[in-house]
Write a protein that binds this ligand. Structure first.
Ligand code: AMP
Length: 267
């Protein structure tokens, strides 16, 4: 495993003709990240994992500051997985001296997390744009856990590049809660409570699939789970996130708070 702290060095030493799969992460790695890496290793000759906590995608400075970091543990895990290349760039390396150019998200895309985290996806697309410009990768592996992010990156890359986006399924703990770096900020009781909410959501979704957009049932669920401060709970079309839903294309999306930590999920 070769660790690069500069994009230039990486570009000098890595042959991008070698079919490289790219797994961008913000570190504090868990089983979700591991599954993306394993998929890349299966599909590509070489795998590049980046660890970069992108300041541009945090709409809240406190959230950025307290984002979990554990670089030594991450590197150990990546080494055990026999990852070929790891990139740990600095903010300056990614963005240069230029002020971070903000991408625009169209009005119709200002839904779900884009509605509640202004500037977030603009920052996500900004960093992906920098990576794509600076690294000649041809495949990028993204998790279903952040489905709206996947859709936006997929559409952005389709318009601008030949880079293929590969969607990887959400990996969950035995209790059903999706792995997330933010889980590291929660105690056992908050994890258990969140897992219980997700299991109730699964039951709700089974019902809603047969009774699409049943507002009374949704409101009932929101009222019964007020302690989670549910930010949104919506059914959307999985192909384009529109509200044109049918039993076949529907997905449920949730964002909620537990102990001040914001978690998202979908299935
Ligand atoms: P992050 O480090 O949170 O920015 O995530 C890096 C990548 O891992 C993104 O493509 C996420 O969607 C993906 N990811 C995060 N959690 C999971 C999970 N539980 N299962 C699958 N992929 C995940």
């Amino acid at each position: 495993m070769i660790i690069f702290k500069s994009i230039n060095k990486l570009n000098k030493e890595v042959n991008f003709k070698a079919d490289i799969g790219f797994v961008p992460t913000m570190g504090a790695l868990h089983q979700g990240h591991v599954s993306l890496i394993k998929k890349s290793q299966k599909k590509c000759k070489k795998t590049l994992v980046s660890i970069f906590v992108n300041p541009a995608q945090f709409n809240n400075k406190k959230d950025y500051k307290k984002y979990p970091k554990n670089i030594q543990k991450d590197l150990k895990l990546l080494k055990n997985l026999k990852v070929d290349y790891v990139l740990i760039p600095t903010v300056k390396d990614v963005y240069g001296n230029k002020s971070k150019k903000k991408f625009k998200i169209s009005k119709s895309n200002k839904i779900l997390c884009a509605k509640y985290r202004p500037g977030h996806f603009e920052g996500v697309l900004g960093v992906i744009d920098q990576f794509i410009k600076k690294l000649e990768i041809n495949k990028i592996f993204l998790g279903e856990k952040d489905y709206q992010q996947y859709i936006l990156i997929r559409d952005f890359l389709k318009k601008k590049t030949n880079v293929k986006t590969i969607l990887c399924k959400t990996i969950r703990m035995n209790n059903g809660l999706a792995y997330s770096s933010r889980n590291g900020l929660l105690n056992r009781s908050s994890i258990n409570k969140s897992a219980l909410l997700i299991s109730k959501l699964r039951k709700l979704f089974i019902f809603l699939r047969k009774n699409l957009n049943n507002k009374i049932i949704i409101n009932n669920f929101l009222n019964k789970n007020k302690e989670f401060n549910i930010e949104y709970l919506e059914l959307r079309n999985k192909d384009n996130l529109s509200k044109k839903i049918s039993k076949k294309n529907v997905k449920i999306f949730i964002a909620f708070y537990i102990n001040g930590i914001r978690l998202i999920d979908n299935f």
